[in-house]
Design a protein around this ligand. Sequence first.
Ligand code: FAD
Ligand code: FES
Ligand code: FES
Length: 1305
Amino acid sequence: MGQVRSQMEAASLQRQNCDFAEESTARRPLFLRVNGAFHDVKDEDPLMNLSEYLRNILQHFGTKVMCHEGGCGCCVVVVEYDDPMKPEKRVIKSINSCLFPIGSLLSLKNHHVITIEALGSKNKSLHPIQQRLADYNGSQCGYCSPGFVMQMYGLLKNNATPTNQEVEDSFDGNVCRCTGYRPILDAMKSFVNDSAKNQRGFFIDIEDLKTCPKTNQLCKQSHLNRIGPCTGQAKSTDNLLFSTNTIKWYQPTKLTELYMLLQEHSDKAIKIINGNTAKGVYKNDGPYQVFLDVKGIPDLYTVSMEPSCLKVYSNVSLNSLIGYLKQYSDQSPTYNVIASHLLKIANGPVRNTGGWAGNLMMKWMHHEFVSDVFVVLEAAGAKVTVSYIDAVNVYTLMDFLDVNMQGKFLLFVEIPKLAEGELMNTYKIMPRNQNAHAYVSAGFRVNTRVSNKKQLVKTISMVYTGIAKNFVHATATEKYLQGKDLTSNDTLQGALTVLDKEIIPDDSDPLLASAAYRKILAQALFYKFYLFLLSDDKITPCNRSAQYSLERPVSTGKQTYTSRPGEYPLTKPMPKLSARLQTSGEAQFINDIPPLADELYATFVLSTEGNATLGNIDSTAAMAMPGAVAVLTAEDIPGSNTFMPPPYVVEEIFSSGPLLFAGQPIALCVADSQQHALQMVDAVKVTYQDQKPPIVTLDEAIEKKSFHPSPGPGLLVGDPANAISVSPCKVEGEIRAGEQYHFYMETLICRCVPTEDGLDIQASSQWLSLVQQVVADAIGTQVKNINVTTKRLGGAYGGKATRTNLVACSGAVAATVLRRPVRCMMDLSTNMKAVGKRHSYVVRYKVGFNEDGTLNGIIITYYCDTGSSPNDNEVGENLVFSDNAYRCKNWQLIPVALKTNRTSHTWCRAPGSKPNIFVIETILEHVAKFLSMDPIGVKQKNLYARGDSTPMGFVLPYCSIQDLYSYQLTKVDVAKRMQAIQKFNADNLWKKKGLAAVPLKYSLYWSWGCFLCTVSIFASDGSVIVSHGGIESGQGLNTKVAQVCAYMLGISVDYVSIKPTTTNSSPNSGATGGSIASELNCMGVQHCCEILRERMKPVKDKLPPGTSWKNLVAACYQAKVNLTVQDWVWPDSQPEDAPQYNSYGVTVAEAEVDILTGENQINQVDILFDCGESMNPDVDVGQVEGAFIMGMGYWLMEKMIYDPKSGAVLNATTWDYKPPFSKSIPVNFNIELLKNAPNPMGVLRSKASGEPPQCMSCATLFAVKRAIEAAREDAGQNAYFPLNGPATVEVIQTSCLVDYKKFSI
Ligand SMILES: Cc1cc2nc3c(=O)[nH]c(=O)nc-3n(C[C@H](O)[C@H](O)[C@H](O)COP(=O)(O)OP(=O)(O)OC[C@H]3O[C@@H](n4cnc5c(N)ncnc54)[C@H](O)[C@@H]3O)c2cc1C
Ligand code: FES
Ligand code: FES
């Protein structure tokens, strides 16, 4: 039995632990100023993050949180304060509130935090940024929206006339998983040269927000002038701002005070607080006893241009440093180089607060840290000054790494000007082009002299990070190069050979890129620098492309569609109904519901072993933690210990013994706050027995024949074995596709409140009736006692279809056992470790074909890792997608479900279809390569024609793919562009381009979807409420439903309100998934409205023409018409289980690759998609774009990394897992919804848009592959090679077969 503490015990312990209140009652108030109001924080923990304070204390829920590590941007707020150097000037910064401790705000004089709440609200008026974001359809689920709005607000407050480039540059810290970024960027770029910025109210006027801390009324506040850092005696205790049993927080205002404090506490663990952003990277540093917040020391912001150097004190943030370097760029050419490199660090909000000094200290504490600051400053020959009470010392950066910093302070850095004859450049290669740490960073500085047309090296400095913990200088190569002539190829090769020997990358950390890649990067970056030193006439033209980095222009895009104004509001392009709520931050997600008085918080203890038996769970220490209430285990579950009901295989809520994967939940820690619950988790001690080696990889599972029971018979059509054997040409191969974390911005959460009749549950679920069922089973009650509600989801993408059951059951168990409301939420790390992702594949195939590329026979075996359970398995169920758009008479499709010791994987947007389409596209590419033909032509030859049959035996009566393919190729000028690409590739050795086209046939099935829809008209005013069984997760379901309802009833959309989905109003409804929920719920509402119209007709016929809707409804009511209709939608299967209809599309993608580094850029994507007659083209374009970019992330960026020993997820952070950012999207991104394409088999002639377009995103991988092929040809390798997904920067570069021995000038 787990441990439970009574409420009284908990309260008493809480009092013992929470000593702020007792100690500080006599202390002066300490005011935090938020949106004009002053809040006394003297009793709060100064280390509390601002986001936590805003949300938990002030209940300002507009500011969202997700990663808590500066990596997602949804928590961005703006802070204003007096410039410490120029008090008359205000500093305005966007910051990550998840990293900023509230204590630290008190050092910023006249600080003022502005959150999304201050900008505007839906009911009063929206701020123009909020309004534009909504109008441009830049908000789907809306979870990221407040962060984007605040980031833009911060930008405009600093720069009222930004350029398009500046706008795009400023979103390097905000993730949006839904929209694909294009509409967000368009919305924000609409402020470039925009008159709206000059309107009153555009910027929040600080004077308007002055309220008195005592009365909360407007006042002059002269009595508040003392707020801010104290001044006065250098007596340390005067600077003591907060004090508890365990920590002391000081706020010195002068250097002398700081030194005294450092000396006074030199025996303690001290943390200097400047930006506090290191916490986003090294979360476990500490514990610290003394915090010295140095932000109130004006001297530390000093920057001066000295005769030989730029002298920068330690409080200067990275962004300020960049500003100064640019300001003084005329003093030294290197200052711009350094500034450009520093701009690649982290993201705007982190650079706004994080400083160079903190960064160097991170390197000092963790030598393996890939510090960009260290690389560029060491390359520049910078020196740092370290000070303590009575001395200062100057060090080179290398020496600084060995200094004992106990009791010392990093005071300033001197960045020298470039000496005569010197040149410097720096490079950073990262897995994503924004907000990513380096694979390898390098900085080079050389001093040369010219003699007899020779360019001789006097000295050279070659600095690296990302190679090995203690590897900084390539000293042997530096030595070798001295005196050598750079214009000689021998010098280059000689240096590269020495470098090859001395670069020995650390290969011990699975999180790092491969040693081979990092080694060739080190050489390639040196090569780039080498060519940079030479004048163009000394470089062979085809080598010049090595010199420059890919340049990304401002992105553009065009959206083309038609609508039928005569049908409006149906087919009307309009923003989502909740867009304004979302952009104003008022849209309430589950974690935004204010807690009840006695609400508890629960979080999971996870197994660290991947194949073992649970030993003992010792929760003694956890129960002694502040706020601890209970540690619950399997024995506490009143009902069944599974969160998947029969006929699914059991997946235990908390392990009863067997541990099937590292990350499996073992217990639940319940406390009075999320923070306390998380702290308890670390204190639970778990022992394990019978540890066995887990099966972690797909290859191991295949080799050991570790399979789940057969996922189905597969498919055999014709005689593929014979067709292949008699074919004149045949190939076989293997291709792989990885996992994908859903990366919903709202992690899994559930709130369970015990009520008179059972439990009220708010669940982040796509399938409420399933939650209802499993919760009832888990707590041993009837389904009728469980009421589940979901208003909206902060993204889902299939990941909340069944996996939310785990948090729902856990929360419900806790709420039942403890009889208190419980909020059970996964933080990002827990979510990534414990919860299933998109399935990964190894696929083997054989194919026979003719010399012209016509397919004869195909055999494909799909090995799909479903993880530790076969639940949510996709492999046998999606064979309908295996042919994509290609005709072949003989097929064999064999699905195999691999059983590994990984978490049970689950559906993810376009499950099965996306990998299967990738596989057949790969096969066509392979065929083309074998025949030395262009893949586009081979694909075209095999495309289905109208009336063809698929391997499943379905006739394609409306198939238009041949026409669409030709249309799109012509429209986007493929032939001409291919010629230009060929020329480009012939002219350039080190940059290559590629173009690929992917067609699509996507089969939609309705028969598995069931939803209950209800439409009620209110007699008093004619307004209408709709409840349906679908879940709004950003896909615009509610908006389409409202449009259909309004259209059918002949009223304005304003009359219609869509209510939250509940199991009471829509019982038995199925999962929202597979792109069909929008259609089926629209269909249900359409049916309801038809019945309502019929019922109302007799009354209407008796009324005079032109009678208003309101009067008509009133008359119907008087005539006793029932104004509520329900419709149960569960479509029958089509004959022979054929799809309801097929969607078609074509995508053409063009990529450019830096062959030396693997960096790549998708220059252009043109998507043609058949959406039938779109119900709302704005929403559907948004779905196409969002799906496509999520797909691009899967193919080019997102990689899960597992511990080879335990199978634990290693990269459960935004630091190591990289979904697309706003500059990952195609530079030119064009979408066309097929015109004049009404779908006779669809709802109101429409087609689905949520998943199909994602299946074409592999075009980006193939475009990159074309570019790689061009590089491989240069390397003398023309054979076919498979490019597995994800083709990360590392994979791309290593596929290019770059050999440093071929580097030449
Ligand atoms: C999302 C994210 C992405 C990032 N990406 C990159 C990247 O790509 N490349 C890169 O190089 N870095 C990256 N960083 C690291 C970032 O640059 C550092 O977190 C930041 O520069 C640290 O500065 P700070 O002022 O916030 O330091 P703090 O967090 O305040 O302090 C860090 C440490 O330094 C000590 N310290 C601070 N100032 C002094 C001083 N003057 N004297 C003595 N000790 C001091 C503190 O005691 C503390 O131990 C990233 C960080 C985040 C959160
Ligand atoms: S929650 Fe702050 S950046 Fe993600
Ligand atoms: S709208 Fe951006 S994450 Fe959903």
